[in-house]
Design a protein around this ligand. Structure first.
Ligand code: BG6
Length: 488
C-alpha cells in the first residue's frame, strides 16, 4: 500500500495557546479583582517525594486562610510571567515564528472585579484592546477563551460559584460586554475551557469549594448544567453581536483504551469515553444524551433545571460552530475500575506499556490524537481545533540556549498525527500548542514544568530576570509554519 499525505489546508491556523491566569500576573493592577486562581497556593510537590499533578483544589478552610494570611503563602498565578507588562515583546516573538493565531483568555475579574458591578473596569478592557491590536498588527488572529479556570473570588464566597444559577446572568453580562467591545477585533471564541474538568477539580472548573459537597458527582453535574446554559446563551449572544465570528466549546479530550479484549473491559472503555464526550454531546447536539439519564439515576444525581432550559440548549442559534479540545494523553481502563472518575483526569492510573511517559508521568500518544480526531469528526461532523497539546518538561538554559530536541520530537509526532487525520478526511482548523511561551503550570503551579517554545527566566518561587530566550523548538516551529507543515 502506498502512503500519500495531504498537505495542510491553506489558511491552517498555526499558533500557540495560553490562559490569562497562567501568564498575565499583575493580579491587583489597574483595578483587577481577585480571582479563583489567585487563591491557589504553591505546594512543593517534591516535599512529599513525588510529583503531585493535583494540588489545585481549594476548600473553604484553605480559602479562609489564604484570604486572611496571604503573606504566609506563595501564589504563583498572581505573578504569571508578567505578560501584562511584556505582551508587546511576547507577541513580537510569536509573530517572528509566523503565528496565524494566538489563543489567550480574558480574565473575568479584570473586567468585572467582583462579578457584580454594573459598569465594567475600563482599564481592564483597555488592556485587552492593546493586546488584540498588537496581535492584529502582525496579522495574528486572537482566539479568545471567555472562561479559563478563573472567576471573581466574591462569586465563590457569595454563591459557591457555578452551583448557583445567579452565575448565568452575571456571566452573560461579562460576555456581552466583551463581545460588544471586541466585535471588530476578535472573530474566534471559546466559551468554557475544559468544562469536563468539573468532574476532577470543581474549584478550578466551577469555583465551587471542594469540601462543600455531599454528593460530589451531583455537584459537578449541577454546576456543569449551569455552565451549559450559560455557554449556550453565550453562543447565541456571539452569533447575534458578531455574526461573522465562530464560537466553539472546549473539552479536555481523553481517548480511553480497554486494557484487554475482554468485553467487560471494552464496555468500561466505552463508558469512560461516553462520559468524556457527554460535554460536546450537549453543546453540539443541544440535548442531554440518553445514556447519561441512566447514569444520573443510578448515581443519585439530580439536576435542578429551570423551565425552558432544554429549549435553550436545543435552539440551533445556541449551538457551537466548532469543537476545540486539549489533547495530552490517553487513558487505559478495565472493568473493575470506576471509569466515571476518569474524564478530565490528567494522569492515567493504569499504565499503557506501549507508551513513554513525560517527566510528569503523562503518557505520550500521538496516534491517540489521530484516533480522537477521527472519532470526534465521525460523531459530530463539525470542524475540530486541537487548541492545547504539548510537552511539560524540565528544560535547561545553557549559554542562552535550550536544546529541547525532546519537545521537537513530541510536537513533530503530534503534528504528523494531525496531518494523517486530515488525510483521513477530518476537517481541522488549526493547531495551537499549549504554553507556546513558558508559563505557570495549572496543575502544580510550578514554573519548572515548561511547555514553551520560548524560555522565560523565572523559577518556582518567582525569582528570575523574566528575560525571554528562543528555544531550539522555536526555530523548528517557525520552519513548520513557514512551509505550512511541509517540513516537519
Ligand atoms: C489543560 C489546561 O488542562 O492542561 C491548562 O487547560 C493547563 O490550563 C494544561 O496548563 C497543562 O496542565 P499543567 O498542569 O501541566 O499546567
Amino acid at each position: 500500500m502506498k502512503k500519500i499525505l495531504k498537505p495542510f489546508p491553506e489558511g491552517f491556523l498555526w499558533g500557540g495557546a495560553t490562559a490569562a491566569n497562567q501568564i498575565e500576573g499583575a493580579f491587583d493592577v489597574d483595578g483587577k479583582g481577585l480571582s479563583t486562581s489567585d487563591m491557589v497556593a504553591y505546594v512543593d510537590p517534591y516535599a512529599s517525594g513525588k510529583v503531585d499533578n493535583f494540588t489545585f483544589d481549594v476548600t473553604s478552610e484553605k480559602l479562609e486562610m489564604y484570604l486572611s494570611h496571604p503573606e504566609k503563602y506563595s501564589f504563583p498565578k498572581r505573578w504569571g510571567i508578567d505578560f501584562y507588562h511584556h505582551y508587546k515583546e511576547d507577541i513580537a516573538l510569536f509573530a517572528e515564528m509566523g503565528f496565524k493565531t494566538f489563543r489567550l483568555s480574558i480574565s473575568w475579574p479584570r473586567i468585572f472585579p467582583t462579578g457584580e458591578e454594573t459598569v465594567p473596569n475600563e482599564a481592564g478592557l483597555a488592556f485587552y484592546d492593546a493586546v488584540f491590536d498588537e496581535c492584529l498588527k502582525y496579522g495574528i488572529k486572537p482566539l479568545v477563551t471567555l472562561s479559563h479556570y478563573e472567576m471573581p473570588i466574591q462569586l465563590v464566597q457569595k454563591y459557591n460559584g457555578w452551583m448557583s444559577r445567579e452565575l448565568i446572568d452575571l456571566f452573560l453580562k461579562y460576555t456581552e460586554t466583551v463581545f460588544k467591545r471586541y466585535k471588530d477585533k476578535v472573530k474566534l471564541w471559546l466559551t468554557f475551557n475544559e468544562m469536563n474538568m468539573n468532574l476532577t477539580s470543581i474549584y478550578t472548573g466551577a469555583g465551587v469549594l471542594a469540601d462543600e459537597m455531599e454528593n460530589p458527582k451531583s455537584v459537578a453535574y449541577q454546576a456543569s448544567h449551569h455552565q451549559f446554559i450559560a455557554s449556550a446563551l453565550t453562543v447565541g449572544q456571539c452569533h447575534k453581536i458578531i455574526p461573522d465570528a465562530q464560537i466553539g466549546c472546549m473539552i479536555n479530550r481523553i481517548e480511553t483504551y480497554a486494557e484487554t479484549t475482554k468485553p467487560e473491559d471494552q464496555l468500561q472503555a466505552l463508558r469512560a469515553d461516553s462520559i468524556n464526550l457527554f460535554y460536546p454531546d450537549v453543546q453540539v447536539r443541544g440535548t442531554y444524551p440518553k445514556f447519561m439519564l441512566r447514569y444520573f439515576e443510578e448515581n443519585n444525581i439530580e439536576i435542578k433545571m429551570a423551565p425552558g432550559d432544554m429549549e435553550i440548549l436545543a435552539n440551533p442559534e445556541n449551538r457551537v460552530d466548532f469543537i476545540a479540545f486539549s489533547y495530552y494523553m490517553t487513558h487505559v481502563t478495565h472493568a473493575s475500575e470506576d471509569a466515571d472518575e476518569l474524564s478530565g483526569r490528567l494522569d492515567s492510573p493504569i499504565k499503557n506499556p506501549y507508551l513513554k511517559l513525560t517527566d510528569w508521568d503523562w503518557p505520550i500518544d500521538p496516534i491517540g490524537l489521530r484516533i480522537t480526531l477521527n472519532k470526534l469528526y465521525n460523531r459530530y461532523q463539525l470542524p475540530l481545533f486541537p487548541v492545547e497539546n504539548g510537552l511539560g518538561a524540565k528544560d535547561e538554559l545553557v549559554d542562552n540556549a535550550v536544546h529541547d530536541d525532546y519537545r521537537i520530537e513530541y510536537l513533530r509526532e503530534h503534528v504528523r498525527a494531525i496531518q494523517e487525520a486530515i488525510t483521513d478526511g477530518v476537517e481541522v482548523m488549526g493547531y495551537t500548542p499549549w504554553g507556546c511561551i513558558d508559563l505557570i503550570s495549572c496543575g502544580t503551579s510550578q514554573m519548572r514544568k515548561r511547555y514553551g517554545l520560548i524560555y522565560v527566566d523565572q523559577d518556582d518561587s518567582g525569582e528570575g530576570t523574566l528575560k525571554r530566550y528562543r528555544k531550539d523548538s522555536f526555530y523548528w516551529y517557525k520552519k513548520v509554519i513557514e512551509t505550512n507543515g511541509a517540513i516537519l
